[in-house]
Design a protein around this ligand. Structure first.
Ligand code: GDP
Length: 140
């Protein structure tokens, strides 16, 4: 498998609980390199645009409000098979279904407040990285 880049967010429930370092340690232990990272406060408009694919879902408003409720850490992770590897380290969307040792099993509070976001495919990774970072900010 080739070296890939994926987009990651450490969500407000995790930044609130001071878990940025603990979550980054999980990425690094799995062989994912943090090649860009910034802590930012999203607006409702930015959260709505980022999660536009979910706008018809019943939880869309709740999701956008949650993502704006505290700072997030936006990141680009690089490594072999990084998209799938990151999804594995994150665990299932609902922490009740997440495997032992995953970020969501250890830290997520609920299906909504589930500590991390990770791209699900190369196309979405490219769009999500470009939404938050310029090429100059990606330092492998
Ligand atoms: P992911 O790729 O594992 O993050 O999951 P999805 O793409 O299906 O959903 C995006 C995000 O929407 C999830 O990470 C959750 O934060 C949120 N979400 C998904 N399902 C629900 C739900 O049933 N209720 C609430 N409140 N939020 C949800």
């Amino acid at each position: 498998m080739a070296i890939q880049r994926t987009f990651s967010i450490i969500k407000p429930d995790a930044t609130n609980r001071n878990l940025t370092g603990a979550i980054n340690a999980k990425f690094e232990a799995a062989g994912l390199r943090i090649v860009a990272q910034k802590r930012i406060q999203l607006t409702m408009a930015q959260a709505g645009e980022f999660y536009g694919v979910h706008k018809e879902r019943p939880f869309f408003g709740e999701l956008c409000e949650f993502m704006c409720s505290a700072p997030i850490v936006a990141q680009v992770l690089e490594g072999e098979d990084a998209i799938a590897k990151n999804r594995e380290v994150m665990g299932a969307t609902n922490p009740a279904d997440a495997a032992d040792g995953t970020i969501r099993k250890e830290y997520a509070l609920s299906i909504g407040e589930n500590s991390v976001h990770g791209s699900d495919a190369p196309e979405t990774a490219a769009v999500e990285i470009a939404f938050f970072f310029s090429g100059l900010e990606l330092v492998g």
